[in-house]
Design a protein around this ligand. Sequence first.
Ligand SMILES: Nc1ncnc2c1ncn2[C@@H]1O[C@H](COP(=O)(O)OP(=O)(O)OP(=O)(O)O)[C@@H](O)[C@H]1O
Ligand SMILES: [Mg+2]
Length: 261
Amino acid sequence: MKDKNLGDIIIEIKKLGVDYTGSNEPVKAIHDINLTIHRGDFICVLGPSGCGKSTLLKVIAGFLKQTEGTFLMNGKEVVGPDWNRGVVFQSASLYPWMSVRKNIEFGPKMKRLPKKDITEIATHYLEQVNLLKFEDQVIFELSGGMKQRVALARVLANEPEVMLMDEPLGALDALTRIQMQKLIRDIWKKNHNTIFMITHDVDEALSLGTRVLVMSSSPGTIIKELNLDFIENAVDSRTGRVQINEEYLKLKEAILDLIDT
Ligand SMILES: Nc1ncnc2c1ncn2[C@@H]1O[C@H](COP(=O)(O)OP(=O)(O)OP(=O)(O)O)[C@@H](O)[C@H]1O
Ligand SMILES: [Mg+2]
């Protein structure tokens, strides 16, 4: 990744659509999606339930093939999942019998990195998610928030070019959720990751995203895109909470109106 810079185009999606064809009538889940993702973007996606947010994420992850349109990553057509795209789901898909460290080392091990590098990478990301003290604990002994931190570190340890997150904080209580938002924001600032995150929480999107996409109801398409700087300017660095002002409230109302219609 050394020769690539922030702002470079990583992903280009044009006129993308997905129809689900099963035993029933085909379902048009998303249509006419046009989206360019640049290195360093923190994209948050909002939209009504069932509008196709997860469908779009699955296409970007390579789990699902689009029925229409094109999807290029670094100029090449995407044919399936790859290390260069890492996914964090709502409930952490970890190996429950393995230790925290072993879960994080799993990806680098699969990539057959030298043992010394595997240990170093895992230690680095254990530190980033504040779990070094718990490295030997087994997953089933952890709280929900800790599990999500392991899931985050596990994806970070693969050093993907794009991190995809599908409502990663959706199952957490309100306080843990705010702590996790702060953690994700700090990690993004430090590592300059490229993040594509689905959320149903407008405040979460506004306080984390550099770009917020709003999708229409089903079949979903992008009806609004906002370029924001709250993440840079309006977040209290100590508490990690957005300082709510009039501009923020207006924007939040406008987004809620869009999602409601
Ligand atoms: N495997 C599938 N087969 C058939 N239809 C599907 C399948 N997966 C999703 N759908 C349909 O596609 C549409 C979009 O689903 P999707 O899960 O992408 O929405 P979503 O925006 O992520 O919703 P939520 O906010 O509730 O998670 C829905 O109508 C859903 O019922
Ligand atoms: Mg979903």
